[in-house]
Design a protein around this ligand. Sequence first.
Ligand code: FE2
Length: 132
Amino acid sequence: MEWKEKYCVGIKQIDDQHKLLVDMITKLQESAAKEDVNSEMRKVLKEMVEYTKFHFADEEKFMNKIGYPERGRQRSLHDKFIREVIKILQNLKMGKELSNNELISFLINWLVNHIIKEDMRIGTYYNHEYKR
Ligand SMILES: [Fe+2]
């Protein structure tokens, strides 16, 4: 996965964290090519879940700080995503075969969609309403 300029929401702290998430997905793509795919994927996915939790908490703190009106919806979208990834992890642990492509495209689609449709609005609010 490659970082694109159009993913920038205009808040450095959030953009830097999103860049790290893109790096982690890239690492996941690399691990999909390894021999012991399942255990390698679980390891990388677990790291990603931990970092994503940190990122969501930080983003939520930021939204609270600036009084972003849609923070409630953001929060439930974040929670839903974490629940979905944890379910995937549990399935992997139980030995369920999971198509790597499916998992990776789910993560990429979610992140890109979320950044472009949701987080971008935080940037707009912050730069055009809050800072004014
Ligand atoms: Fe978000």
